[in-house]
Write a protein that binds this ligand. Sequence first.
Ligand code: PHE
Length: 486
Amino acid sequence: MRERWSSKTIFIFAAIGSAVGLGNIWRFPYMTYKYGGGAFIIPFLIAMVLLGIPLLILEFAIGQKFQKGPVGAFKKIDSRLRGIGAGAVISGFIICVYYAVVMAWTLIYFVKSFSLKLPWAANAENYFFSNVLNLSDSISSIGGINWVVLISLLGIWIAIYFCVRNGVQSIGKALKLFIPLPLILLVVLFFRGITLPGALTGIFYYIKPDFTVLFSSELWIAAASQVFFTLSLGFGVMTAYASYNDPKQDITKSSIITGIADGAISLFAGFVVFSIIGYMAQATSSTVAEVATSGPGLAFVVFPQALSLMPFAAVFSVLFFLTLFSLGIDSAFSLVEAVVTVIEDKTKKIKKETIALVVCAVMFCLGTIFATDAGLYFLDIFDHFITNFGLILVGIFECIAVGWIYGAENIRSFVNSVSDWKIGKWWNVSINYLIPIILGTLLIVQFVNELSGNYGGYPSWSIYLGWTVVLVPFVTGLVMVFNNKN
Ligand code: PHE
């Protein structure tokens, strides 16, 4: 008998736990900042409604209906299609490797917070890039291993392992702590943020729509991939989680609740970050657009800075990094769980604990590349390629498999037979036409953009590495499709 979540609410908690994570507090704000603030919000919200929720319904539905993780579920549609599930899980695997590294940074900050005077108080930016990362000046000078990051990474992997080793029951227990805690802390930071001098300028930058940039294709693809990332779509995670549901459980409601909770938390986190950026702009007499580092370092400069301005700075700092950690860990273990589920579905004989141990150990070892002095650059490249291409490709193939091969109507009637809120025929249209067409167009346009110059001005060898990261899941999936042996 397949394992089960201990209750329906725990499943929704788990889905929200997976969705809400560093993507909301770390990735969403830096994407928004990078694409000019308010300009990013519109495509993000549109993508959330048009792509996010319908695809979430799809991923939940196939996991729950077929009672299998992503590979097994697609295999039930057609045995060749298991390649799609494999591509999704490998993409998730790659993401998890660097996601854990970002968590390792938070752990370092957490530990360093236990001091009377926060060590980054004087210059948060310098502290992050020089002290924590020891960042080299280009991706080509890899330098050595950053031992502090590596040890911290090991700590993260041990924590993840303990959360997943006993299966979904132990995950349920971990979630009861890791969902409420961060939310409370975020609210506290929100109030501190908006009462800082200059906060309003930052917030204005954040919410003022800028319609002129809406024609940039890069913006749209960034928004679409952010939606995939933040809703944990295209990684097989949601399918794996839903496979532990009772086949009769409500799907539509869970999807909508997860989508709204996740979107709302991202937007809320944006207020916190931008009010602080506004403050920083005023303090340094510069404009909002030029004050902070734009890129994956943003959250690690802005938040520590804000924390050092609070009364009882050290206390808040400890709490805040605990927040980031607790937000991230349930997303990280959902990724590991997807990989473990797939292996378990396949082997049946090996104990889950052993599978979890091996998966965690391998991911840790691969993470070493991001724990070098050039780690941040590698992370930026991996993240760019896998989210902009890998996930989008999985999304397209999911729609083709479910919409055209299995029949969107079959899934829709299954969803409606178990859910209180019924979904209309529009869903079939989205899965069959709208989503694949939108994603396909974005993909082509982005591909052309990519050819016109190296992403982020990185050297060509590193761009090839980025493409390799996309090709690994893609080619593995293809091989499985064409080499139909069991
Ligand atoms: N959705 C998570 C976040 O926003 C990240 C994640 C992606 C988790 C994929 C699981 C799978 O942080």
